[in-house]
Structure formats: C-alpha cells, structure tokens
Write a protein that binds this ligand. Structure first.
Ligand SMILES: Cc1cc2nc3c(=O)[nH]c(=O)nc-3n(C[C@H](O)[C@H](O)[C@H](O)COP(=O)(O)OP(=O)(O)OC[C@H]3O[C@@H](n4cnc5c(N)ncnc54)[C@H](O)[C@@H]3O)c2cc1C
Length: 430
C-alpha cells in the first residue's frame, strides 16, 4: 500500500485527489492531504466576491465533503525531504509533525509577487485570497462612510482614492467589479461623492491585459476609461506613505486604498526543500509532471514549471484552466505508475482567456475568436459557473446572481467581523 501525500487543497490538490479517489481501488492506497484551510477557493470568482455579487461561502468548496477517501490534515508543509520521504508539517494548532509518504504531489500554488517598494507591505493589500476579497468589499464601503463624514477636502479625496497596481486579469477584473460596486453603493450616500471618487490602475508595461490580443485590450481600456477609471501605463509604483501614492512619472495620487495585483510567484516550498527549481523559483518537472530526477515526487499548477509546447514561453501559464488539466494528468500518471504502467505527457492547448470588466462587459478570445462586450461577460460567467466544483455551489452562485439582478446592491459594511470580541469586551468593561 502506498501513502500518497497531497500538498495544498487548491486546484491541483482538490482535482488530483478527486481523480485519484476515482482511479485507485478502494483501500489499496492511502490518500492524505495537507492544506492550511479546510476548503478550496475558486479564485476566478474573487472579484465578484469583492463586489458583493456572490456570497463568499459560495466560492469555496469544503474539502472534507468533496473528498470521500482522503484524510485532511490542517496545516502547512514546511519542508519536503525527498531522500527520507517525509514532510515536515506545521499543524494549524501550532505543533509540528513529520509525515512519511511514498508519493508526494506538490500543489502549493503561488503567492503575490511583491517588490521592495517603501510602504507597500505596510499599506497595500493583495488580491489572491478570500479574506482579501471580503476585506476589500468592506474597505470600499468604509471609505465611502469616511468620505461622507469628512469635512476636510483632502481627507475626503484620500478616502475616495483607490489604486490598483498591475493590469493583468486579476487587477482589471478587480478594479472593474469594485468600481461598479462603489458607484452603485453611492446611490445611498450624500450626492456629489461620485465625482470625487478616483479609481486608478497603474501598469509598468505599455498596455493593460498583456495576455490578450491588443484590439481586445484596447476595447477593455476604452470601456474602463468611459467609466472614469484612469489607466497609467509605462508607470511604476514608487512609494506609499500617509495616503499618498507616488508614481515613477513623478505624479502622486491621494488614495487610502492600494491593491497589489502585479503578478504571482511560486510558493517557496520547493526552494525551501532543496528541490530543482527554475529562475522563477518554480519546481522543475518533466512533461509527465514528475519532479526532475526525483522518483515519487510530482508537482503541477502555479508552483511548477510545466513544459508546454503550446505555450509561447515554453511553460504553462499560471491559470486555473491549465491547473485543472494538469491535476488530471498528474493523478492519472500516479495511478499508472502504481499499476506498473508508463506515465503519459501533459498535453493541453490553451482554450483562450476570459476577462470580466464588470458592468455587464467583458473581453474574451475563446479558441482564438475575439469576443467583446456583453457576450464576453456572459461567457465568462457561464464558463466559470460550469467549472465551479459541486452542484450545490453552482446553484448558490446562480441564485446570488439572480438576487443581484432583482434587488439593489447590499451595502452593509461588515468590517466589525475582524474584531468579533470588541462588543463583548466593552460589555465586560475590559
Ligand atoms: C483573483 C484571481 C482571479 C483568477 N482568475 C482566473 C481565471 O479567470 N481563469 C484562470 O484560468 N485562472 C485564474 N486565476 C488563476 C488560478 O486561480 C490559479 O492559476 C490556480 O488557482 C492555480 O492552482 P494551484 O492549485 O496551483 O494553486 P491554488 O489554487 O492557489 O492552490 C494552492 C493551495 O496550496 C495551499 N498551500 C500553499 N502553501 C502550502 C503549504 N506549504 N502546505 C500546504 N498547503 C499549501 C494554499 O493554501 C492553496 O490552498 C485567478 C487567480 C486569482 C488570484
């Protein structure tokens, strides 16, 4: 009996585990997953969570109910020792434990890729996790509340300034959805604030959405500009201090909220474990997704440099679309080797990209066909609804969308959730 350790409960972890559960005979092998959370997050829906269109619980999949035969350990793998075949786990209760394995699947994903910019770590927020998306929704409402009460013009301007750094898919979708949300929310605030709101996206290269065809990117930029969203290309963030965002063109923006969406870097687990990594820190795998030169170790998704003859860079891009297919190939190959059959190479041709701009608009190039406007927005929604794991989650999301169509946006600000004990402490007089 082999013990298969799956590191991470994201796309790779969940889909590889599900596939292995189906492929391996019951009781033949042991499946163990280590994940810091007890759920998988469907990241493509984070912009809609941030704008309150979808309830946060609808975009997470509880791992214990999605996986029938996989034991879940809540914690983080700190190091994988390929020689002794053990993983050191930092458990969620603070203890540490060595977990032996015969086969390990590394699906630890990626982190926000940051730079040493003064004030960035202290004042900005990333956009990769569910807590960040929930926080941003509350933050936007809190800033509208602050601005509505501010007597000082400068204070109001700063509260109503929102800067997004990085104009890839995550940045554009996030600013598109959140600006739409803020504008809708303003209907319940004193008049005049809309003209003072300032939404800016800052991009170091010469255009937004570099992954898309320039015509589609131009269409997207035009739609955002029409809505008053400013786009600063060929510009970098220089510093953030006291509500002032300084840019490389010498200008500055009064903004209390800065969202960093300037790309991702692989989880440092592979380098910390002394595994072979490329220049970006991604674990090197062969075309069958086996870690180069190490038997029993497999990796895929954002953490891995997966050779891909169809990708312009020669490696699969860090997308859910690719992770989903890699997880299946990886699980199939692990099962094949346990059966004494040879593994097969990962083969997948990008089916195109989808980007929602909020406000019922989007851009997409499915199978290379450029689509824009409402059809692209609709395709984005439908595609992700189809791929959202579990029927229950699909239904919840469809219901949330229906409610959002029929009723005004919910603008209750739940920032107090971050301090659940405050009210009780006050009652207790401490
Ligand atoms: C806002 C946003 C929007 C996106 N939209 C799209 C889209 O529209 N289309 C698309 O194709 N892609 C999209 N992506 C990219 C896509 O979500 C990722 O490429 C995909 O999640 C990668 O899957 P993964 O399994 O490698 O990593 P993840 O899904 O991130 O999973 C990694 C998991 O590993 C866990 N983990 C990390 N370190 C450890 C450790 N040391 N020990 C144990 N567990 C660990 C993490 O907690 C996480 O659960 C989007 C990403 C973001 C952030």
């Amino acid at each position: 009996m082999a013990r298969i350790l799956i590191v991470g409960g994201g796309y790779i972890g969940l889909y590889a585990a599900r596939h292995l559960e189906r492929r391996l005979p019951t009781g033949a092998h042991e499946l163990v997953m280590v994940s810091p959370e007890n759920h998988m997050t469907y990241q493509p829906f984070l912009p809609e969570v941030a704008s309150g269109l979808i309830d946060p619980r609808a975009v997470v999949v509880p791992l214990r109910s999605a996986l029938r035969r996989t034991r879940l350990i809540l914690g983080e793998v700190e190091r994988i020792d390929a020689e002794s075949r053990t993983a050191r786990i930092h458990l969620s209760d603070g203890r540490r434990r060595e977990e032996p394995f015969d086969v390990a699947v590394i699906g630890a994903g990626s982190w926000s890729r940051t730079l040493p910019i003064p004030g960035l770590a202290e004042h900005a927020v990333g956009f990769k996790t569910l807590p960040e998306a929930i926080w941003l929704r509350n933050r936007v409402l809190a800033q509208l509340d602050t601005a509505s009460e501010a007597e000082d013009v400068e204070e109001r301007r700063t509260a109503l300034g929102f800067v997004f750094v990085g104009a890839g898919f995550a940045g554009i979708e996030a600013i598109g959805e959140l600006e739409d949300f803020a504008r809708a929310a303003l209907a319940a605030y004193p008049p005049g604030m809309a003209s003072e709101m300032r939404w800016v996206v800052v991009e170091a290269t010469d255009r937004i959405l570099p992954e898309l065809d320039p015509t589609l990117a131009t269409y997207a930029a035009d739609r955002l500009l029409e809505r008053g969203i400013q786009i600063r290309t060929d510009t970098r963030l220089v510093s953030i201090e006291d509500g002032t965002v300084r840019l490389s063109d010498g200008s500055s923006i009064a903004a209390a909220t800065v969202v960093w969406t300037a790309g991702v870097r692989p989880s440092p687990l592979a380098s910390a474990s002394g595994l072979p990594v490329d220049d970006h820190g991604r674990v090197r795998v062969d075309r069958t997704l086996r870690v180069e030169g190490i038997d029993g170790l497999w990796a895929a998704g954002d953490v891995a440099a997966v050779p891909d003859p169809h990708a312009p860079s020669g490696y699969s891009p860090p997308t859910a679309q690719h992770a989903l297919r890699q997880a299946r190939t990886l699980a199939e190959n692990v099962a094949a080797l346990l059966d004494g059959r040879p593994p097969r190479p990962f083969r997948y041709r990008n089916k195109g990209m989808l980007c929602s701009l909020g406000h019922y608009r989007g851009v997409a190039d499915p199978l290379g066909v450029p689509i824009r406007g409402f059809p692209a927005w609709f395709l984005h929604r439908t595609y992700h609804l189809v791929y959202m794991p579990t029927v229950g989650r699909k239904v919840r999301i469809a219901l949330d969308w229906t409610v959002a169509l029929l009723f005004p946006r919910d603008i209750a600000q739940l920032g107090s959730l971050e301090h659940p004990r405050d009210a009780f402490r006050r009652s207790a007089g401490s």
